[in-house]
Design a protein around this ligand. Structure first.
Ligand SMILES: [Fe+2]
Ligand SMILES: [Fe+2]
Length: 268
């Protein structure tokens, strides 16, 4: 991961009702995201190696643990979760096509989740509040495990792209679409942004996330450098959308029962 965004010491005030509503909003998105962690069960079903199967079993256990850790954080702060934002629901939507799951859920999706946990929550919850140190300990555990999930997603994305290089065009298009959607999450706060110590940085934070995601895609080999023309970008987005639509009708296929002998080191 690249260096995180610097909120320059700005923190929320856990006694202020407006700030509590903002934290409640952020934590509610996190809680929903962790609930969608069960989608890695489908990745387990489609696992193409014993190593992948082992990873997804471990991940499933960790995601359920994260879900409960966030529930604990809500209870510690005496807050109730609210519904997830529509953009978060769209960005974390499930699909059955394994290559898309790998890039959208594991590499890009969990990468952005980590941005929120590591950059926003760990920096902007005020250490002056006696409840916060314990919350940050929990968040640090979550961040460490999310880093592993992203690393796995990146490794699998590289493998998928080496087997199916044509996927880099729709993957690039989907990354662009994700980046177009992300700013909608903060639309509701924009009017108040200038006057708030943390919200003031939201625009800068979004730009940081965008740059980090583009760099991640470049390192994975599906974001071209320099940026292609607008026409090519639209074509990639169209192919990404087509792949996304097709994936809604894809049937998840299991592989381990075909490869288990080889994977276990038997000769046949
Ligand atoms: Fe998680
Ligand atoms: Fe995760």
């Amino acid at each position: 991961m690249t260096a995180g965004f610097d909120f320059q010491g700005a923190t929320f005030d856990l006694e202020s009702p407006t700030d509590r509503a903002l934290i409640q909003f952020i934590l509610s998105q996190a809680l929903y995201g962790e609930a969608t962690g069960v989608y890695c069960g489908k990745s387990l079903y489609a696992a193409r190696s014993l190593e992948a199967a082992r990873f997804y079993v471990r991940q499933a256990r960790q995601e359920l643990n994260h879900l409960e850790l966030f529930a604990d954080i809500f209870r510690t702060l005496e807050m109730e979760p609210v519904e997830a934002h529509w953009v978060v629901r769209v960005l974390s939507a499930h699909n059955n096509y394994y290559p898309l799951k790998v890039v959208m859920e594991h590499a890009l999706g969990e990468g952005m989740v980590l941005d929120i946990f590591q950059d926003v929550l760990l920096q902007t919850l005020p250490d002056s509040d006696p409840r916060v140190p314990d919350i940050k300990k929990k968040l640090a555990v979550v961040c460490r495990e999310e880093e592993e999930h992203v690393a796995w997603g990146e490794k699998e994305t590289k493998r998928v792209l080496s087997e199916q290089p044509w996927l880099r065009h729709p993957f690039y298009g989907l990354l662009l679409l994700q980046l177009m959607l992300a700013p909608f999450i903060v639309r509701a706060f924009e009017a108040r942004a200038a006057a708030h110590p943390v919200l003031r940085h939201v625009k800068g934070f979004l730009a940081h996330v965008e740059a980090r995601v583009r760099l991640q895609g470049r390192k994975l080999g599906f974001v071209p450098e320099p940026e292609p023309s607008r026409a090519v970008r639209w074509l990639c987005m169209a192919s990404g959308l087509l792949l996304l639509i097709r994936s809604q009708f894809a049937r998840s296929k299991s592989r381990l029962e075909h490869i288990y002998l080889r994977e276990l080191g038997f000769t046949r």
